[in-house]
Design a protein around this ligand. Structure first.
Ligand code: AMP
Ligand code: ZN
Length: 112
């Protein structure tokens, strides 16, 4: 838990979120500004700034994030995109590791 981290506050229940699934390592909730019919964020319960540091510090938590992301994607049905924006130039704005699960529409490539 990091005091000034938005997603740590969601893990702690101090800030509400539309939680759709969870497991022992991770929580999945709807993005507040959805970019697709299904747009769910999957975050580890532990604080790490990005997927690289998470997999190094806590591989079980990284597996928990990926397992939950797969469950959310399966629930959405069809094709999906799993995105870890990492670093400010890649449009990471919240520095608590999170996967975006995007589904429910045709997704362009390259992503821009
Ligand atoms: P990123 O730009 O990859 O760091 O993604 C951060 C995401 O968090 C954005 O898509 C935001 O819309 C989303 N977001 C920010 N605050 C909240 C919140 N309180 N609940 C749900 N999603 C949020
Ligand atoms: Zn955090």
């Amino acid at each position: 838990m990091t005091d000034d981290c938005l997603f740590c506050s969601i893990v702690a229940g101090d800030i509400p979120a539309d939680v759709v699934a969870e497991n022992g390592q991770a929580i999945a909730f709807r993005d507040i500004s959805p970019q697709a019919p299904t747009h769910v964020l999957v975050i580890p319960r532990v604080h790490q700034p990005d997927i690289g540091s998470l997999v190094e510090a806590d591989p079980a938590a990284a597996t928990g994030v990926l397992t939950l992301a797969r469950e959310v994607a399966d629930e959405a049905g069809g094709s999906y995109r799993l995105v870890f924006n990492t670093g400010a130039d890649a449009h990471q704005t919240v520095f608590h590791c999170h996967a975006h699960v995007l589904a429910g529409r045709s997704l362009g490539w390259p992503p821009g």
